[in-house]
Design a protein around this ligand. Structure first.
Ligand SMILES: NC(=O)c1ccc[n+]([C@@H]2O[C@H](COP(=O)([O-])OP(=O)(O)OC[C@H]3O[C@@H](n4cnc5c(N)ncnc54)[C@H](O)[C@@H]3O)[C@@H](O)[C@H]2O)c1
Length: 260
């Protein structure tokens, strides 16, 4: 796609994006697409160690708000929303693109997942989206759009996806319930389900290369997706062109989910 020809359909929109770790991150694809379409950005990094990778990207994206947010650290999420409130006074778009499960719990089968590992995976990868939505909704005074990243393993068994299957299933259900609760405020909520992408988070899955090969092989469109495909999908869903869509599960996978 020739980016020069894009019209700034998100000009004036304020977008808050959680989950950029590096330039492979799905969240970076979202941030880049929103910026190319004219939105102002707020982006977070996980901690000081992550900052040196994310800060240059935030600068390239001309992000007007930045800060550290580890959703497990008390007050950091609130502090980010405080910044948004004081600097922008409102918000239009929220992206949750974060996931985590302890390695020993992720790489064993679900039967062997500890209660602590399950709870941690669920808190970081699912409940944190509900917390974000709670903070974001009062700022979406002119309506808005919220996105959370899921995966096909939420609905069908994908070998080696393990504990993340039930966690993503909960995330998808949370999107539907939030869409129900926030619909009257013209806030739309979608779960986005990208095909496999080679990112830091994906490298924690056992035999991830097999998932990549299978996805390319299965997809009717015959190739893997990239992070900009996810970003432009979210961008479209954030525009008034999609104002009557909410609570959807949107696959961005070249059609791989259609195939048995
Ligand atoms: N890569 C894939 O194949 C794929 C496919 C479908 C869905 N997803 C989902 O997309 C989302 C983004 O993952 P990605 O593949 O871009 O990998 P990524 O490693 O680039 O992003 C994961 C992000 O989660 C953040 N994170 C982890 N623990 C956190 C915490 N406690 N607080 C705040 N942030 C935390 C990391 O800092 C990182 O930025 C995840 O929800 C993932 O499950 C990934």
């Amino acid at each position: 796609m020739d980016h020069e020809q894009l019209r700034p359909v998100l000009a004036g929109k304020k977008a808050l994006i959680f989950g950029i770790a590096n330039e492979d991150s799905i969240a970076y694809g979202c941030a880049k697409a929103f910026r190319l379409l004219g939105a102002d950005l707020a982006v977070s990094w996980l901690n000081e160690k992550a900052r040196r990778f994310v800060d240059p990207l935030a600068q390239e994206l001309e992000a007007s708000i930045t800060g550290a947010v580890d959703v497990e650290v008390p007050r950091q999420l609130e502090a980010m929303f405080d910044q948004v409130r004081s600097q922008w006074g409102r918000l239009d778009i929220l992206v949750h693109s974060i996931a985590f499960a302890p390695k020993e719990d992720l790489q064993g089968g679900l039967l062997d997942c500890s209660a602590e590992g399950f709870a941690k995976a669920m808190d970081i990868s699912c409940h944190s989206f509900i917390r974000m939505a709670k903070h974001a909704a009062p700022l979406m005074t002119e309506g808005g759009a919220m996105f959370a990243m899921s995966y096909y393993g939420a609905n069908r068994v994908v070998p080696n996806y393990n504990v993340m299957g039930p966690v993503k299933a909960a995330l998808e259900a949370a999107c539907r319930y939030l869409a129900y609760e926030l619909g009257p405020r013209e806030i739309r909520v979608h779960a986005i389900s990208p095909g496999p992408l080679k990112t830091r988070a994906a490298s924690g899955l056992k035999h991830f290369e097999l998932m990549l090969n299978e996805a390319a092989h299965k997809a009717p469109m015959g190739e893997l997706i990239d992070i900009m495909d996810v970003g432009f999908t979210c961008a479209y869903l954030a525009t008034p062109f999609a104002k009557r869509m909410t609570g959807e599960l949107i696959y961005v996978d070249g059609g791989a989910n259609l195939i048995a």
